[in-house]
Design a protein around this ligand. Structure first.
Ligand code: TMP
Length: 235
């Protein structure tokens, strides 16, 4: 497969076309942003961590029956994926209070929920990714009811799987964000990434943050936390 022109550059990745119209190449970047791009920086080596961790999880999730866009890891920082039309929703699952949940509802971080919460944001940087519910998503024509139901089901299964895999590594999965796309033919698949950029990982014993919150909140040792997560997962 031959890499052709760049199709799109996002905040953390570049996407290239290939000579196969159904295949794209994703290239991860070390660039980090937070608070809708207001805070910018670099996390050295993050691109290799996020590429490898995402692919590791996507391969395992495929094995659990969750379809993904993953095809093949091409290098430390590049991966071939199936072309998909992105459903413009960020699907956020939370097991413990943290981040915008704690802020919005005025509660402390670390409250363990009896049931995970699921929420959706409309993927639109110019609007600041506003929260929406499923009736809003339907009203805006962002997805059809069957797709929304499947997305919710997949998000719950992904949470179940990631939570137990990480707990075996001494890591609590606090929350995460996933995105979905539609392949030619209409199949819904998991897209984007599953990495310390898009999840909150806390050391199960000490509560130490091992994710992008170290960058967002200026906690220091950002690269060390990303490397520690790779070590914990043994990848
Ligand atoms: P939040 O608490 O800031 O809403 O974040 C919830 C989860 O979603 C957290 O694991 C980080 C992830 N996330 C992203 O991946 N991209 C984003 O743009 C935001 C705001 C959060």
């Amino acid at each position: 497969m031959r890499q052709l022109d760049m199709l799109y550059e996002g905040k953390a990745k570049k996407v290239y076309m290939t000579d196969d119209p159904e295949v794209l190449i994703v290239e991860y970047k070390d660039d980090a942003t937070a608070f809708n791009g207001e805070k910018r920086g670099t996390i050295v080596g993050k691109r290799a961590v996020n590429n490898r961790m995402t692919n590791y999880f996507m391969r395992l999730l495929e094995g659990c029956g969750i379809p993904t866009h993953y095809i093949e890891e091409l290098s430390d920082t590049r991966t071939a994926v199936k072309r998909a039309d992105i459903v413009p929703l960020e699907v956020i699952v939370r097991n413990l209070s943290a981040g915008s949940f704690a802020k919005r509802y005025g509660v402390a971080e670390g409250i363990v929920f009896k049931q995970p919460t699921v929420e959706y944001s409309y993927k639109d940087d110019s609007l600041g990714d506003p929260l929406l519910n499923t009736s809003h998503a339907l009203a805006l024509g962002l997805a059809v009811p069957e797709d929304l139901a499947l997305i919710r089901e997949y998000a719950a299964q992904i949470n179940h799987f990631l939570k137990s895999t990480l707990s075996e590594c001494g890591v609590t999965l606090v929350d995460f964000k996933v995105e979905f796309g539609k392949l030619t033919g209409g199949k819904i698949v998991l897209v984007d990434e599953i990495s310390p950029d898009t999840c909150r990982f806390w050391d199960s014993k000490t509560g130490e943050k091992l994710d992008k919150d170290r960058f967002r909140l200026d906690l220091g040792n950002v690269e060390g936390a990303y490397a520690e997560m790779m070590k914990r997962l043994g990848i």
